[in-house]
Design a protein around this ligand. Structure first.
Ligand code: 5GP
Length: 145
């Protein structure tokens, strides 16, 4: 998967956007969707994806969509902070397989960081139980404005 291949409309996140695949939703507006990562690197690991674009990565996002998208990322970041009260927040975004990207629809990761707890492996490990993800999502949702 290079940085510049064609957008695959059957990638997992495109399917989630079309509601062909389930997700534990945290936030949605006309331009963005946020949901829990099913292989969380830490409790509360949340993904924010832009809607109505065929952007595999940050380079592909039309520049007039960056502002609204980043506003959604920050909105969800703040709710993760308020809802889960972590000691820190890690924001990551990978472009291309060589950089570690595994799903080719643009997304930012919001990963809560907790003192004395390490991060789990990126995009691997054990799938989290839906009830656990729902518990975190509920707290994040309750902290949204
Ligand atoms: P990337 O490696 O592309 O930066 O991140 C993709 C993320 O999507 C990974 O953190 C991975 O755990 C997550 N992921 C993979 N498949 C699914 C899925 O079906 N549902 C959800 N919610 N997350 C997924």
């Amino acid at each position: 998967m290079t940085l510049h291949a064609a957008y695959d409309p059957d990638n997992i996140f495109a399917k989630i956007l079309r509601q062909e695949m389930p997700c534990v939703k945290v936030y949605e507006d006309d331009l963005a969707l946020a949901f829990m990562d099913v292989f969380p690197q830490a409790d509360g690991h949340t993904l924010v994806i832009p809607k109505a674009v065929t952007a595999r990565n940050f380079l592909d996002l039309p520049s007039d969509r960056i502002g609204s998208y980043m506003q959604s990322v920050q909105l969800v970041c703040r709710a993760v902070e308020t809802g889960l009260n972590p000691d820190g927040l890690i924001l990551t975004q990978f472009n291309g397989a060589a950089a570690g990207q595994t799903v080719f629809h643009l997304h930012f990761h919001i990963i809560p960081a907790y003192k004395d707890r390490g991060l789990k492996r990126h995009a691997g490990g054990e799938m989290a139980q839906a009830e656990i993800l729902e518990g975190h999502a509920k707290r994040i949702r309750a902290a949204l404005p």
